[in-house]
Design a protein around this ligand. Structure first.
Ligand code: AHG
Ligand code: MN
Ligand code: MN
Ligand code: MN
Length: 302
């Protein structure tokens, strides 16, 4: 019975990635090991996010923990966890995080061939009110013929080997692409495993939603203003679009992938290059969007 099979034959993220890798005979399982360390980081952050409200209450009794350390903010805590999990995988050589000013170069004895760029906690303005937040990551492969330098990570997004995000929302969902489509996995808390729940995600061809911080409209350029105006007052007689904006890129992109539409953070007078960070926010999300049959562009170029 197929219903039985669904309940008992669980496609975990580890099994899924091992299956994918077995199509490449040259693969030595390194990517699966790296991913299992990323997954561990996501599970940790998920559990920390779920306890965040409670931790605050405990925090009120004294802002310091038993060791006399000040309680770490969730984004800093998440960063520490990912940095340690990635180094201990033994498969990374350069780590670039939103929370660190400088790139981390892994010491030679623990070094591997992957570079990971990541935003450990995206949507931090939403932490204290319990709205969805996430983690974003992108993975590059370095050629093993030279000492790693920062140039190895300053590469176009299209050179990424894999990208993904984990959303800590009403459920914990990890969306991943290794360059052959996009798949979504949901954490089953009773098993502690991510199970394939959204196979081969494709963005709907047409969407009825636009997603943008309209509070910045005063500072937009002409074309952006005209575009958003047309979402509200379409000139071709079609229905106006709905507006949804969460303020966590992970959640806004996740909804866009599943329901269709457009998410934008246009440049404005305050941020002439836009607010989103290209390496660990825009590139991984663009990689996923393109892999799901969508588009990502600056306004002028891919
Ligand atoms: P972060 O919390 O990692 O610093 O990133 C926040 C980003 C992104 O998640 C979101 O799309 C955007 O900032 C929201 O910005 P506004 O509050 O300006 O709309
Ligand atoms: Mn972010
Ligand atoms: Mn962040
Ligand atoms: Mn930040």
């Amino acid at each position: 019975h197929s219903a039985d099979a669904q309940r008992t034959d669980l496609m975990t993220i580890t099994r899924f990635v091992l299956n994918e890798q077995s199509k490449h005979p040259e693969s030595r399982g390194d990517f699966s090991i790296l991913l299992s360390h990323i997954v561990l980081g996501c599970k940790f952050v998920c559990s920390a996010v779920n306890k965040a409200g409670l931790a605050k209450l405990i925090g009120l009794a004294g802002e310091t923990n038993v060791q006399g350390e000040e309680q770490k903010k969730l984004d800093v805590l998440s960063n520490d966890v990912f940095i340690k999990a990635l180094i201990s995988s033994g498969r990374t050589c350069i780590l670039v995080s939103e929370e660190d000013e400088e790139a981390t170069f892994v010491e030679p004895s623990k070094r591997g061939k992957y570079c990971v760029v990541f935003d450990p906690l995206d949507g931090s303005s939403n932490i204290d009110c319990g709205v969805s937040i996430g983690t974003i990551f992108g993975i590059y492969l370095i050629k093993e013929d030279h000492e790693p330098t920062v140039e190895d990570v300053l590469q176009p997004g299209k050179n990424m080997l894999a990208a993904g995000y984990c959303m800590y929302g009403s459920s914990c969902t990890l969306v991943l692409s290794t360059g052959s489509g996009v798949n979504g996995f949901t954490l089953d808390p009773s098993l502690g495993e991510f199970i394939l729940t959204h196979p081969d995600i494709k963005i709907p061809k047409k969407g009825k939603i636009y997603s943008v911080n309209e509070g910045n409209a005063k500072n937009w350029d002409g074309p952006t203003t005209m575009y958003v105006e047309n979402c509200k007052y379409p000139k071709d007689g079609s229905s106006p679009k709905s507006l949804r904006y969460i303020g966590s890129m992970v959640a806004d992109v996740h909804r866009t992938l599943l329901y269709g539409g457009i998410f934008l953070y246009p440049a404005d007078k305050k941020s002439p290059n836009g607010k989103l960070r290209v390496l660990y926010e825009v590139f991984p999300m663009s990689f996923l969007m393109e892999q799901a049959g969508g588009q990502a562009f600056t306004g002028n170029q891919r």
